[in-house]
Design a binder for this molecule. Structure first.
Ligand SMILES: *[C@@H]1O[C@H](CO)[C@@H](O)[C@H](O)[C@H]1NC(C)=O
Ligand SMILES: CC(=O)N[C@H]1CO[C@H](CO)[C@@H](O)[C@@H]1O
Length: 734
């Protein structure tokens, strides 16, 4: 069909209600300006403590206003993308490009092999010509347990892939599927097959979980595959040779499933590790994968997912290709980012780990402003762009011929040998890997900086956010996990901001100004800790001391405050509900907002500064994916989990206690001293602020004083924070 050639493969729509949002934003800006006007014209004259408290508050408000402007900028022009997969099949079905899929895992005790292979199986089962798929598992743990699990998965795939196709099942991670699926009862023949597959899966799961628990591979199993011999030379996780095993060689005519259909290539890689060489965490693993895959399959498109993030939609590859292969607009697209989504969320998302607004609203706003960042998982890359190529007009690929370029002829065992050197420690010496090629090194959020550099080389990025999510991961299920994860992110973003790759100077002239500015809210996450801490502590302490910091409730200056607070809260509530959240979920989100800003961002900020001064080295901490049953149970009941002591909890508890003392003190002042309601008039705002903080901290009082389970506040933390809070209050009242 000739006219079809001109129909695009994807479509972009601007969000509705932009005028309304602009009106809201303008009114918010006006009210913020009025607040500033109040601060300037009513500041206390003397240079005493009152004046300092006032100035501090003013600075905090200046910061919040600035930050608010940035958030408005991100939301000014969101776009939503739609794909046309049927047009793609019509035009390209025979010439679809190959896809290399990278799955990265790091430690079998934190990321259990059974989770890893479920992800692997889900991506092997994409609805795509199997001979064009190659799946690579990078195991930075260098663990034979993971290798064993992958070996089992390679066998299971021979029945799993035909089963997926025949029954058209979704999602294609066996665990996720069997968890919720109902057996087909209509056809006894089908039901039998269904049961036998389910049983095979459960047997495999048991085998893998037992070996993982025992941390040892049975002798008989070790003899089954020559790959296990490699572990005879492994001294430790940090010290071993490259292990590369092609478990399924897609080019081999004998590599077929039970129905005789070809299977995707499946490769296990554990790159060389030596104590004297820095391994550069996940970025190092990704770069080793890029190089080895270029020898083995060299597909023009790369998908990378975290090992706990299974594919929830077998059509995602086709969706992504609709962008790359579009004849008019596809040539300058470097990557297609799917927002992160999570399978393990409770209804009200007590730790706000879904990052609902970030991944629904803000990422589409980025897209409208010039392209979303690369967030390290669920992302399809054009290989050339990821390898450091600059965009120019010649980058237009002819997708129809790309598959017919020379393929390697060597056998799998020869390939295994020749590729090893590509994953060795010394390979990257004196090369551009980690600098201009591949993922960048030296930053805890290497993905963001890599994405930014790709954009700066002239490429565009796309956010694809379908109703049915492409990938589902595992969200943190304890408070500390969540806070530690955010600390790492905040720290990484701030490091980028302070480095030569800051969006402001590195991006200058290379990416649009509005995209540069859109990066700022994240870059400056960590800096939010100071104004937030100030706002959460000082007005309450001033209330105790009797210093009024806000306008009288009867004065007209109170109006801009009322407007700014209520309009902002209503808007954010509306946005949250629109994204599919609940009211309680929004409230939880506000609480986590406070916790993250007063702890994660604070520690992230301090660590970054110490790091800059050369006083401390940052460590990449993976967040734990497994927790014991009791903890899971509390998580499902949406009880906050405090548990083990940490300085972060000290801060949270101290602020909570300090506010409840001030709140009681404030009420006392009003009730006892107040004859003419003069005091109430003066302090109403501070009492209100204090009251909101007390209300938001309710779960903290609960875990500190009432809960008896193991998720309660550690006793040492309780004493420590009571002491600190009392001390602060005593100083305030002196
Ligand atoms: C995951 O896929 C299933 C269909 O297999 C769908 O019902 C579900 O809504 C998807 N989950 C998300 C979060 O989109
Ligand atoms: C780690 C964890 O909490 N896993 C849970 C995720 O959700 C599924 C289904 O809701 C549970 O079965 C897992 O135990």
């Amino acid at each position: 069909m000739a006219q079809d050639i001109h129909l695009p493969l994807f479509e972009t729509k601007s969000a509705k209600g932009r005028i309304l949002f602009q009106l809201y934003a303008a009114s918010l800006v006006v009210s913020i300006c009025l607040i500033y006007a109040y601060r300037v014209s009513y500041s206390p004259v003397d240079g005493g403590i009152e004046w300092w408290a006032w100035i501090g508050l003013f600075v905090a408000e200046l910061w919040f206003g600035f930050y608010c402007l940035l958030m408005i900028l991100v939301r000014l022009n969101p776009v939503h993308r739609y794909t046309f997969r049927d047009r793609l099949s019509q035009r390209y079905e025979k010439d679809l490009p190959g896809i290399d899929i990278f799955v990265c895992t790091a430690d079998p005790s934190i990321e259990p092999p059974i989770i890893v292979i479920n992800t692997v199986l889900s991506v092997m089962a994409y609805d795509y010509p199997q001979e064009k798929l190659s799946v690579y598992l990078s195991d930075d743990g260098g663990s034979d347990l993971t290798f064993y699990a992958l070996l089992e998965a390679s066998r299971f795939s021979k029945i799993w892939l035909p089963f997926c196709k025949k029954f058209k099942i979704e999602p294609r991670s066996p665990e996720a599927y069997f968890c919720t699926a109902i057996e087909p009862l209509d056809d006894p023949l089908k039901a039998r097959e269904w049961h036998s597959i389910k049983k095979s899966y459960e047997e495999m799961k048991m085998l893998i979980e037992t070996t993982t628990k025992l941390r040892q591979i049975p002798k008989a199993v070790r003899k089954e595959h020559r790959g296990f011999r490699e572990w005879d030379f492994v001294t430790s996780q940090r010290d071993h040779q490259t292990i590369l095993q092609i478990l399924i060689d897609g080019r081999d005519p004998k590599a077929v499933d039970v129905e005789g259909q070809p299977l995707p290539t499946l490769v296990y890689l554990s790159r060389e590790k030596r104590p004297q060489y820095h391994h550069n965490f996940k970025a190092g693993a990704m770069n080793a994968l890029i190089r080895t895959s270029s020898r083995i399959s060299n597909s023009p498109v790369i998908l990378n997912v975290d090992c706990d993030m299974y594919s929830n939609n077998s059509e995602s590859i086709r969706d992504a290709l609709c962008f790359f292969l579009d004849e008019c607009q596809g040539h300058n697209i470097a990557y297609v980012q799917f927002p992160q989504s999570f399978a393990n969320l409770t209804k009200n998302d007590v730790y706000a780990s879904s990052l609902l607004v970030t991944y629904r609203v803000e990422i589409e706003g980025y897209d409208g402003n010039g392209g979303p960042p690369y967030i390290g998982t669920g992302c399809f890359h054009r290989r050339d762009a990821l390898c450091g190529e600059k965009y120019n007009r010649e980058c237009k690929v002819d997708w129809k011929s790309v598959n017919h370029q020379g393929k390697v002829e060597e056998s799998a065992s020869v390939l295994e040998e020749t590729c090893k050197v590509l994953a060795s420690c010394t390979y990257e010496e004196d090369t551009e890997w980690g600098k201009e090629m591949g993922l960048k090194y030296g930053c805890p959020v290497e993905d963001i900086i890599t994405g930014l550099c790709i954009q700066c080389r002239g490429w565009r990025s796309i956010c694809f956010n379908p109703e049915r999510k492409g990938f589902l991961g595992v969200a943190p299920t304890t408070l500390l996990q969540s806070l530690v994860q955010h600390k790492r992110w905040a720290e990484g973003h701030l490091q980028i901001f302070l480095s030569k790759y800051s969006t402001l100077w590195y991006g200058h002239g290379r990416i649009p100004l509005k995209l540069q500015l859109s990066y700022l809210p994240y870059s400056l996450w960590a800096a939010n800790c100071w104004p937030t801490l100030y706002y959460a502590a000082i007005p309450s302490l001033c209330l105790l001391r009797g210093i009024s910091l806000f306008p009288k409730i009867s004065s007209p200056w109170t109006l801009p405050f009322v407007y700014a607070i209520f309009a902002n809260s209503l808007y954010s509530l509306g946005e949250f509900l629109w994204c599919g959240g609940t009211v309680q979920g929004w409230w939880n989100d506000q609480r986590m907002w406070l916790f993250k800003r007063t702890t994660s961002y604070l520690f992230g900020f301090i660590d970054t500064i110490l790091n800059r001064l050369g006083l401390a080295k940052s460590a990449f901490a993976i967040t734990e994916k497994t927790v014991d049953e009791e903890v899971t149970h509390r998580y499902e009941k949406e009880l906050m989990e405090f548990g083990s002591p940490s300085p972060m909890l000290n801060i949270i508890a101290t602020i909570a206690l300090l506010n409840i003392i001030s709140f009681v003190g404030g009420i006392r002042r009003v009730v006892i001293v107040d004859a003419q309601r003069e005091v109430f008039d003066q302090f109403a705002w501070q009492i209100l602020l204090c009251g909101v903080l007390v209300y938001i901290n309710m779960p903290v009082y609960q875990v500190t004083f009432f809960r008896k389970d193991n998720g309660r506040m550690p006793t040492s933390t309780t004493y420590w924070s009571i002491l600190c809070a009392l001390l602060a209050c005593a100083i305030a009242m002196l």
